[in-house]
Write a protein that binds this ligand. Structure first.
Ligand SMILES: Nc1ncnc2c1ncn2[C@@H]1O[C@H](COP(=O)(O)OP(=O)(O)OP(=O)(O)O)[C@@H](O)[C@H]1O
Ligand SMILES: N[C@@H](CCO)C(=O)O
Length: 353
């Protein structure tokens, strides 16, 4: 029998101006406790039994069917790309999840990374993390969450342009998130493997004084909905506004001691937050009244990923900052939980027992 634990940090994407580009892995981890028993045969579907421990207080029921559950279907996709139709006999996966679903802390990206790590490990595939990123990008198209969860830390990401022959392969998903199991239901045919080296990342410094306060409202904003409210085109002025700030952001958050005015300015955005205000009551007011001038200890504030979580970066007065944001949500009859988090520099890890 072999037994191991896969640990994946959650992530906050965008950090203001870095829409679909910048991500930060944070110290709230999804754990998979995996055992593989060498048995002659199994009655389990795809040889896999899932158990799920919800520590996130989410209302959504997570499927325990290995071909439906996001983590195990991604693992099956990776295995089937390598001519392994099912999990080894007999695989048990116990998922412990403290990451709230659909709140902007990259729960889906974390689950996708967990899936590729699981497939790689049980299939003894020996794929590098760089190659696993390609598999992640077949399922979740924007690289900011998955690269942060996989590699850890504060990252800038980019995609290579696909070659014309890959664009022509209709099975390569160009949607943001695959609507159906990656590779489809098991037809016995090998699903399409990703092109090589689609996604890339670069780690930035992070000043050790800076902590992340996540204020998590008690409602869900599915990422797909939050992407549907964005415009297809932008004005040149808005694009330049974001480029200027995105160019400043890594230096601002990597410099010690942190400069609150520079960080606050570097976290401004005109590409996604203004449009997502319609989905998040109170967002406009929170982004307006929480500044380093009105709130000591605060450095900068933004929507975490697609929301509705607010990410406030700060050096101290964490409770006071969280309480003010929670009070603003409360005036819209929205309750919140909050967490004080730090960058998770290690990314995804596997530890054998
Ligand atoms: N641990 C998990 N196991 C199985 N499915 C999961 C898990 N975590 C997330 N999911 C799936 O991902 C969906 C949430 O994805 P979505 O992209 O909408 O939000 P998010 O990733 O939490 O937020 P954001 O992308 O803005 O950071 C859930 O509704 C669920 O279907
Ligand atoms: N960059 C993505 C992150 C959410 O998954 C977005 O803002 O839509």
């Amino acid at each position: 029998m072999s037994s191991f634990v896969i640990k994946i940090p959650c992530s906050s994407a965008n950090i203001g101006p870095g829409f679909d580009v910048i991500g930060l892995a944070l110290s709230l981890h999804l754990d998979l406790h995996v055992t593989v028993e060498a048995k002659p045969s199994s009655q389990l579907p795809f040889n896999c039994a899932i158990t799920y421990e919800d520590q996130s207080k989410s209302v959504e029921q997570i499927s325990l069917d290995p071909e439906v559950n996001l983590i195990t279907r991604v693992a099956l996709y990776v295995l089937r790309c390598h001519d392994q139709r099912a999990f080894p006999v007999e695989t048990k996966v116990h998922i412990v999840n403290p990451i709230p679903l659909g709140r902007g802390l990259g729960s889906s990206g974390t689950a996708v990374v967990a899936g590729v790590m699981l497939g790689n490990e049980v299939g003894k595939l020996g794929l590098s993390k760089e190659r696993l990123l390609d598999f992640c990008l077949m399922i979740e198209r924007h690289p900011d969450n998955v690269a942060a969860s996989l590699f850890g830390g504060f990252v800038g990401t980019y995609l290579n342009e696909l070659k014309p022959e890959d664009v022509a392969r209709k099975e390569i998903p160009l949607s943001e998130v695959l609507p159906a199991p990656a590779g489809g239901v098991d037809t016995g045919i090998r699903p399409p493997a990703p092109p090589m080296a689609i996604g890339h990342y670069r780690k930035f410094n992070w000043a050790p004084e800076i902590k992340a306060i996540a204020i998590i409202p008690n409602f869900v904003v599915p990422t797909a909905n939050a992407r549907n409210v964005l415009p297809e085109t932008y004005s040149r002025a808005d694009v330049v506004f974001n480029l200027q700030r995105a160019a400043l952001l890594p230096a601002a958050l990597g410099s010690s001691p942190p400069d609150p005015d520079m960080i606050f300015l570097a976290m401004q955005d005109k590409v996604h937050q203004p449009y997502r205000k319609t989905l998040i009551p109170g967002l406009t007011e929170i982004l307006q009244f929480m500044t380093p001038a009105t709130q000591p200890g605060l450095l900068g504030i933004c929507l975490s990923g697609a929301g509705p979580t607010i990410l406030a970066l700060a050096t101290d007065r964490f409770t006071e900052i969280a309480d003010r944001i929670i009070a603003q949500f409360a005036s819209n009859d929205i309750s919140c939980q909050w967490k004080l988090l730090e960058p998770a520099h290690d990314g995804a890890t596997v530890t054998y027992n």
